[in-house]
Design a binder for this molecule. Sequence first.
Ligand code: PMP
Length: 393
Amino acid sequence: MSHKRPARRIQGVEKNIWLEFTKMAADYKPVNLGQGFPNFSPPDFVRQAFSDVVSGEDCLMHQYTRAFGHPNLVKILAKLYGQLLGQSIDPFGDILVTVGATQALFTAFQALVDEGDEVIIIEPFFDCYEPMVKMAGGSCVFVPLRPKGTPDKPALSSGDWALDPDELASKFTERTKAIVLNTPNNPLGKVFKREELQVIAELCLKHDVVCISDEVYEWIVFDDNAHVKIASFPGMWAQTVTIGSAGKTFSATGWKEAVARGFQRELDVLGRPESYFFQLPRQLQEKRNRLAECLLSVGMRPIIPEGGYFLNADISALNVELPDPADDEEEPYDYRFAKWLIKTKGLATIPVSAFYSPGHRKDFASYVRLCYVKEDSTLEAAEKILKEWHLTK
Ligand code: PMP
């Protein structure tokens, strides 16, 4: 890529230790105690659950889920973490499911950090925090955990590393937006004690600072240490974004990559009739044609797509008299039409002006988008609705 392309705010974050060391591990095939992933299998019950879902009858399990997390998942998370925190959790308002904790961290920084904001990071830290803060336009302020133990012990403990409360307090300024806490910590393994968390919580409350609490190792705590959630401290529920990781929790850090086998199979049969990539467009083309014909016959002129999932249809010739917009005078015609179609005819489409910038929406408000990637029975039901409506007009 040309050196001019990347945005200024990511300058200095191009280098990444994982890129370098993952490549070296692939090249040299060492005994790999480097990257943090188990080389034993996830527990049987989790693998069984995965295979049940994948091979089960419910074909919707393979399609879009609720964007903020599958209802079954957010409900069980709310129940479990509600119990752990002694706090009622709204599964549909308080929980967001992401692709790994990595995406949760990225999303949290993007959502919270403005240009010029400061984020306090406790050293040593999981390296991705720094570039993520920078990508959000913020700057990092570091504060170290320092060894306080007696150096003549045969082995030290991660508990011997601690924050200096005064030093930590001195990092909080007018510009501090968030502090990142990681307990148990990567790489030290430190499990923050209740008293240590209390200091952080008090500073967060005093300065109205958000605590982004990375707790991906929450279930991996040894000896008589206990994982304490900072969100459980008085006042801190509203001040904390708690991040967990199913990958770490169930020893399955790679499930994000399960599609690789599908691509391997397709590569083996590429261009041949048994290939899914060969069959899929042919199957969908028939569906496209079927829907296009129906739309033509009811006066919704289709724009025949040359590819993809969708077909846009012109609704202007229908001359539907729509009720006045209830609460939004500015609402474009296609929005009102699409809502009316759902409510009165039971057919859902998407207004195409939603795909334009606000200033241009009004000029492109006479199309709706229809998806033809559906069972024939669904297309048939849509045809029935449109044709019956056409007859009564
Ligand atoms: N936070 C910490 C502290 C980590 O060590 C890691 C993974 N090494 C992550 C977040 C990312 O977790 P995930 O695999 O769920 O994206």
